[in-house]
Design a binder for this molecule. Structure first.
Ligand code: SF4
Length: 340
C-alpha cells in the first residue's frame, strides 16, 4: 500500500497528560502543593493513513499513556488529538462512543480483551453486538467465524466454542486480534502485542498483523520497548523518553542516522544475533528519573554522555534536521552525516 505523507489519519498536537499524585492524610489535612506525574509532556506527531507508526522507549517513557490518549481511552490534560479531522479532545461521551468502532486496541495481555467466562466466539462477537446492534445473531456468528479463520484459528467452529483457558497464549492473542478487527476499525492501537507471547510465535504474530493491515487497510499505532520488534513491523518510529518525544523519523532513516543520543543508546543496546557483528552496548548509567519532578532542560541530561551546560537549562526544540526527521537535542547537528 502506498502511504501518502500528506494524508494523516491522526494528528497529535502538544499532547500533555499529568496524573495527580495521591496525597497522604497529613497533606490532605494541612494542604500543600498538589503534585503530578508528568506522564506525557508536549508531544506532537502524525500517523499517516495506512502506516505502522511505532512508539518506542524504555518503560516509563509515556508511550502507553500517549497511545491510550490517541484512541480516546485516557482524557488529556492539554493538547489535541485529531482523528480523521475530528478533535477527540472536544468530544463528549456520546461523540466518543460513535468513534469507538473505528479505533480498536490490541493489549499486551490478551485476557484484557477476552472475558474468561465467555467462549472466544462470544468474546469476539461482543464488539459486533455493541457497534452493529442491527446485525442478527446468524450474521454475527458468520462474521466471527470468518474472522477466526482469518487470524489462523481454524477449524473456526472448534475455536468458537473454546474458552480462553483452553487455548495457548499465541492462540489467545490471535483471538484478541480477531476481537479488535471484527468491527472493521481504521486505527488499531497495538500496545506491546507480542511481549507476552512465546518467543517461537512472536514473528508469526507480527506477520499476521502485517497481512491483516494490508488486507483490511488498517493503520497501526504500535507500541514497543523493543527496537528489534519495531524494525520488523514499523514504517516510522517515534522515540520517547520520560514523557517527551526525542526523535521521529522513517524506520531506515532512524536506524541508520539516529540523531538523538538516547536513540543511539537504545539502538546500540539491541541484541545482535551474529557474534561476529558489532557488539551491543549497555544503556547509559542511571535509572529513568522520577516523572513527578523530571529534570530541568533536556530530561535526558543526567544520563547523556555528551550533555553540555545548556542541556540542564533549556528544553531542546523539536526540530526537523533532515527530511521528515525531527529531533529534540541541542547538539544533534554533531551527528548529521557529512555532506548534510
Ligand atoms: Fe544530551 Fe543535551 Fe542532546 Fe539532551 S539536549 S540529548 S542532554 S546533548
Amino acid at each position: 500500500m502506498n502511504i501518502d505523507p500528506n494524508d494523516n489519519l491522526v494528528e497529535v498536537r502538544n499532547l500533555t497528560k499529568w496524573f495527580p499524585v495521591q496525597r497522604g492524610l497529613l497533606a490532605q489535612v494541612f494542604g500543600g502543593t498538589r503534585r503530578f506525574v508528568h506522564a506525557v509532556d508536549d508531544v506532537s506527531f502524525e500517523i499517516r493513513r495506512g502506516e505502522v507508526f511505532g512508539l518506542a522507549g524504555e518503560s516509563g517513557s509515556g508511550k502507553t499513556t500517549t497511545g491510550r490518549a490517541v484512541v480516546g481511552l485516557t482524557p488529556v490534560t492539554s493538547g489535541r488529538v485529531i482523528f480523521d479531522g475530528i478533535d477527540l479532545t472536544t468530544l463528549g461521551g456520546t461523540g466518543m462512543r460513535s468513534l469507538r468502532r473505528a479505533m480498536q486496541v490490541i493489549f499486551q495481555d490478551p485476557m484484557a480483551s477476552l472475558n474468561p467466562r465467555m467462549s472466544l466466539g462470544r468474546s469476539i462477537g461482543y464488539g459486533l453486538e455493541i457497534h452493529n446492534p442491527e446485525m442478527d445473531a446468524d450474521a454475527r456468528r458468520a462474521a466471527v467465524v470468518e474472522m477466526l479463520e482469518r487470524v489462523g484459528l481454524a477449524p473456526a467452529n472448534y475455536f468458537y466454542n473454546k474458552f480462553p483457558h483452553q487455548t495457548s497464549g499465541g492462540q489467545r492473542q490471535r483471538a484478541a486480534i480477531a476481537r479488535a478487527l471484527v468491527t472493521q476499525p481504521e486505527l488499531v492501537l497495538a500496545d506491546e502485542p507480542i511481549a507476552m507471547a512465546d518467543v517461537s510465535v512472536r514473528a508469526l504474530l507480527l506477520d499476521l498483523m502485517n497481512e491483516l493491515k494490508r488486507d483490511f487497510n488498517l493503520t497501526y499505532l504500535f507500541i514497543t520497548h523493543d527496537l528489534a520488534t519495531a524494525k520488523y513491523i514499523c514504517d516510522r518510529v517515534g522515540i520517547m523518553y520520560l514523557g517527551m518525544m526525542a526523535e521521529v523519523a522513517e524506520l531506515r532513516e532512524l536506524y541508520t542516522h539516529p540523531l538523538h543520543p538516547y536513540s543511539q543508546a537504545l539502538l546500540a543496546a539491541v541484541p545482535v544475533p551474529d557474534p561476529h557483528q558489532r557488539r551491543t552496548q549497555p544503556m547509559p548509567e542511571g535509572e529513568i528519573p522520577n516523572p513527578i519532578s523530571p529534570p530541568t532542560g533536556c530530561r535526558f541530561h543526567p544520563r547523556c554522555p555528551i550533555a553540555g551546560e545548556v542541556c540542564a537549562q533549556e528544553v531542546p526544540a523539536f526540530r526537523e534536521l533532515r527530511p521528515a526527521h525531527r529531533v529534540a537535542c541541542h547538539y544533534a547537528e554533531r551527528f548529521l552525516p557529512s555532506g548534510d
